[in-house]
Ligand binder design. Structure first.
Ligand code: GDP
Ligand code: MN
Ligand code: MN
Length: 267
């Protein structure tokens, strides 16, 4: 009896999900064909969800900047003075940002597509030669492009999630987050479902793409693991929607932060 009730909330209570690192990928440079490099190393099958680190997508597409070619504005210099960072790096962060929510103790930015990230997700690790890695300017488009190419090359129908390692509100520690996805819904909507006691769920929405990104991030590791792509296999399909980011005014933390520590507009 209980088994039946559980089944209503979980599509397949006996599901076994496996997670496979894509091993042996080289250091990625601008111009590299990431999809081809991936299918040479793993056999994709229908229903797989391929998670790829945004950092390598950006490297393959050349979303990189040389610090030496950046001249910092007075605003970037003033922020860098407070945070103790390179003003050229802060300028790269400001250039990626649509809006600043915090300048100190770290820059917290809203990106044009709705993601909110520390230092606008600009990375100084896993890249050489005085360069920084920017987040892909259109992560949803990136996921769609990678999915189309991977599906063409492999013949499998798959989902793709572009991930980044991010901090979270309320808790210490970073986890993987989805910043782009294709072929899967961001959120599984449980609203209207009943719990074990027959109560109708009013607000439960599960951010499945973030859960996938979190596990993928665990397998990728940070630093020098060299695993920027991970396949999640055996996920039962889910339905829901793609409204992952809060709309203007819905995000209570953002509202509280902005009223507590107002920041000068960027432009
Ligand atoms: P982010 O979370 O998207 O910012 O990416 P990270 O810099 O944390 O890298 C995620 C994973 O990809 C780690 O295991 C890195 O070692 C690995 N990685 C980063 N760049 C490359 C690369 O060019 N080639 C390979 N093979 N692995 C990379
Ligand atoms: Mn990153
Ligand atoms: Mn990472």
């Amino acid at each position: 009896m209980i088994g039946m009730v559980i089944r209503s909330a979980t599509p397949n209570p006996t599901m076994t999900i496996t997670v496979h690192p894509v091993l042996g990928l080289p250091l990625i440079s601008p111009g590299d064909d990431l999809a081809a490099l991936i299918v040479e190393r793993i056999d994709l099958i229908d229903g797989d969800v391929l998670c790829v680190a945004s950092s390598v997508w950006s490297k393959a597409k050349g979303y990189l900047r040389l610090l030496d070619q950046i001249s910092p504005s007075d605003r970037a210099k003033a922020i860098a003075e407070r945070t103790g960072e390179d003003p050229r790096f802060i300028q790269a962060v400001l250039d990626e940002s649509e809006e600043l929510l915090l300048e100190y103790p770290f820059v917290l930015s809203v990106l044009p597509y709705g993601h909110i990230g520390v230092r606008a997700g600009v990375d100084q690790s896993n890249v050489d030669g005085g360069r920084v890695i920017l987040l892909p300017p259109d992560p949803m488009g990136a996921a769609a492009e990678l999915r189309t190419t991977l599906e063409d090359l492999s013949g499998a129908r798959i989902g793709v999630i572009v991930t980044d390692t991010c901090g979270r509100a309320f808790r210490r520690g970073q986890t993987g987050h989805a910043i782009g996805w294709s072929g899967v819904r961001a959120i599984r909507d449980f609203r209207g479902d009943t719990d074990l006691f027959g109560h109708t769920l009013q607000i439960t929405e599960e951010a499945v793409v973030d859960e996938c990104a979190g596990f993928a991030n665990l397998v990728m590791g940070e630093s020098n693991n060299g695993v920027p792509a991970v396949v999640i296999r055996g996920l039962p399909p889910w339905t829901g929607h793609d409204d992952l980011y809060w709309h203007e005014g819905e995000d209570l933390i953002r509202t509280a932060l902005c009223s507590h520590t107002p920041v000068e507009p960027l432009r």
